[in-house]
Design a binder for this molecule. Structure first.
Ligand code: PAF
Length: 278
């Protein structure tokens, strides 16, 4: 496994790589969800590339950039075990955003809702860094988890709108045995918060069950999800959404395919999760 720290070296290396090149961008502190993405990349491509970069431009001023969990030696060991060929680790932010940096990718329409409404500027940071990483690594395919459903839609739209020559591959959410979606943020939960957090997936499964039983009224489904989540005293709901799975427009009547998504706080930790009803 080669670890590349310089942008110029990574760009130059592309010509030597055997195609197809599969790519998994990450912010590190890897968990089973990332490992699944890289394993799939390994299976489907001649060369598997991952990146580790905690991207400052997708964090808001009051978000946890300084405290975002980091352990690069551990990440590299994990990536080596699953036969990653190349890991791009630019390290300092200045390598990605040198002095005078001033170009941004805005994907309008779907970024103002849900996570975008609560985290202004977040998707501008995500789209910009992903576009830069695509230009640096020049992959044939890039792999993203369905857990960050809105991020996935933003990246798919950016790729379409800007004619970027990359196939975006959606990978289903990886869950703990009790249903909690894998996330680097789960390490912040204390034991009791962790126990109560299983309600996120239970509420999504409840929405699915209600829909399968014939309930099509989105507000009634959201009400029942709210009641279930509020049985957990530490849970504070940010939003519950039932939206068109492409435009993210909120729906009054469930018409599949729909994205059922939510954001819930446990103490200082904000968790998101979703399912698609098809
Ligand atoms: O999902 C993430 O970890 C990040 O948003 C990404 C796609 C690596 C961009 O920094």
């Amino acid at each position: 496994m080669r670890v590349i720290e310089s942008v110029a070296e990574m760009v130059g290396l592309r010509r030597e790589l055997q195609a197809p090149v599969g790519f998994v961008p990450t912010m590190g502190y890897l968990h089973e969800g990332h490992i699944t993405l890289v394993k799939k990349t390994r299976e489907e491509n001649a060369t598997a590339v991952a990146s580790i970069f905690v991207n400052p431009t997708q964090f808001g001023p009051r978000e946890d950039l300084a405290h975002y969990p980091r352990d690069i030696p551990r990440d590299l060991k994990m990536l080596e075990t699953i036969r990653t060929d190349i890991v791009f680790v630019p390290g300092s932010s200045e390598k990605m955003y040198p002095a005078g940096y001033n170009s941004w990718v805005e994907v309008s329409g779907i970024t103002e809702r849900l996570e975008g409404a609560v985290r202004p500027g977040h998707f501008r940071g995500v789209a910009t860094v992903v576009a830069k990483l695509f230009n640096i690594v020049q992959p044939d395919r890039a792999y993203f988890g369905q857990k960050d459903a809105q991020q996935l839609l933003v990246i798919e739209k950016m790729v379409r709108d800007l004619n970027i020559n990359v196939t975006v591959v959606r990978v289903p959410t990886v869950r703990e045995p009790d249903g909690l979606a894998m996330s680097s943020r789960n390490v912040y939960l204390n034991l009791e918060e962790r126990r109560q957090a299983t309600v996120l997936y239970q509420s999504l499964k409840l929405a699915e069950q209600l829909y399968r039983d014939g309930e099509k009224d989105a507000d009634r489904i959201k009400c029942q999800m709210t009641d279930l989540i509020e049985q957990q005293p530490l849970a504070k709901i940010d939003y519950i959404s039932i939206a068109d799975s492409t435009t993210l427009e909120e729906l009054a009547t469930v018409k599949i395919p729909v994205l059922v998504s939510l954001a819930v706080r446990f103490g200082n930790t904000r968790l998101i999760d979703n399912i698609i009803l098809e």
